[in-house]
Write a protein that binds this ligand. Structure first.
Ligand code: PMV
Length: 343
């Protein structure tokens, strides 16, 4: 007869995705700073786009290796590799050897330009640390979340969040802080979905390709300035300044992408059509809205809440826009007292 295995260690957490106003693009290659960002980034945490994740370590019991269930199906092998990397660090910190079962679900469709890796790895970091009995303050989790995905470390805080890239930190450490909480300045993110195809070149590859662009240095200096301007615009609730800085900043990131070798062109004709529509709504219509675009063709349109219904209607009328998702400013991740995905 086999002995009863030790009790399972289990916890569940949920976290919101985020949209960056100043984007992170490009990572350092050399240790001890390998993987650290080349420029500071600033994002807004999203309330409506959430991942819920349960992590269960079973000392002495099945599974034999880490297992991942994503949206009720076995997760893709490349996602499991990244999940295991985070779990390995949790096991190292906690002195654990047990494999874990990770059950994760997004409440928003994937491949719509809302980053499920940001919310996913923030929720994973919190749930895994809690299950293993490790400290769970956001600062304790930033390196764990970053191990899975860079932008995930910004999802460890609610509201508006700065991920710093300045030197003088402890080598290899990730530095993230909240600028202000979500209720300081509620903004809206309307995502104009023009394609649901998964991107051809994942951001992990793109971050290394950035070095091959002749425009990287110019972009980095522009992004550092943009981070200062955007942080102040958030503190001042100055939407006009935010709009200008955010659009210029996303265009400079895409200039680096387009001039990398090989070149990364994430836009579609419909992407440009939405950008034109946003510009004309703002410049001719006086409607407070501005665009920002991640590593994909879908366009995030940031707006003041009172303008959101009209912006949404206008975006839905642009030919090629399949759907417009609606998100507001959200809080930080939280542990779920009981339950979790599928319970
Ligand atoms: O976190 P990653 O490795 O998926 O990179 C995110 C890159 C951008 O979404 C384009 C920008 C950002 O800062 O979120």
């Amino acid at each position: 007869m086999t002995k009863d295995p030790s009790p399972a260690l289990s916890a569940a957490a949920c976290a919101g995705s985020n949209i960056a106003f100043v984007k992170y693009w490009g990572v350092r290659k050399e240790p001890p700073d390998a993987g650290q960002p080349l420029n500071p980034s600033i994002s807004m945490t999203l309330r409506e786009a959430v991942t819920t994740t349960r992590v269960t370590f079973r000392p002495g019991g099945p599974p034999e290796r880490d297992a991942l269930i994503l949206n009720e199906r076995p997760g893709p092998p490349e996602a499991l590799v990244r999940v295991t990397r985070v779990l390995d660090e949790v096991r190292r910190r906690a002195g654990l050897r047990a494999p874990a079962e990770v059950v994760s679900a997004n409440n928003f469709p994937t491949s719509t330009g809302v980053a499920s890796s940001a919310s996913g790895f923030a929720a994973l970091a919190l749930a895994a640390a809690a299950a293993a009995g490790l400290p769970c303050a956001p600062q304790d989790l930033v390196d764990l979340a970053h191990t899975g995905s860079g932008s995930a470390c910004r999802s460890l805080y609610g509201g508006y969040v700065l991920w710093d890239a300045s030197s003088g930190r402890e080598a290899g450490a990730t530095s993230v802080r909240q600028i202000v909480a979500e209720d300081y300045w509620p903004l809206v993110d309307l995502v104009a979905v023009v394609s649901r195809r998964a991107k051809k070149v994942p951001s992990t590859e793109g971050h290394l390709l950035a070095w091959s662009s002749p425009f990287l240095e110019a972009r980095l200096s522009q992004a550092r300035t943009a981070a200062r301007i955007v942080e102040k615009a958030i503190l001042d609730r100055d939407f006009e300044t935010l709009c200008r800085a955010m659009e210029a900043e996303t265009l400079s990131m895409h200039a680096v992408m387009m001039t990398s070798q090989p070149a990364l062109l994430y836009w579609l004709p419909e992407t440009v059509a939405v950008m034109g529509k946003v510009r004309s709504l703002r410049e001719q219509g006086g409607i407070p809205c501005a665009f920002t675009i991640d590593a994909g063709p879908n366009v995030h349109v940031i707006a003041l809440p009172e303008a959101a219904p009209e912006v949404r209607r206008e975006l839905e009328a642009v030919p090629g826009v399949e759907e417009v998702l609606f998100c507001t400013t959200g809080g930080g991740p939280r542990l779920l007292e009981a339950g979790g995905p599928y319970e």
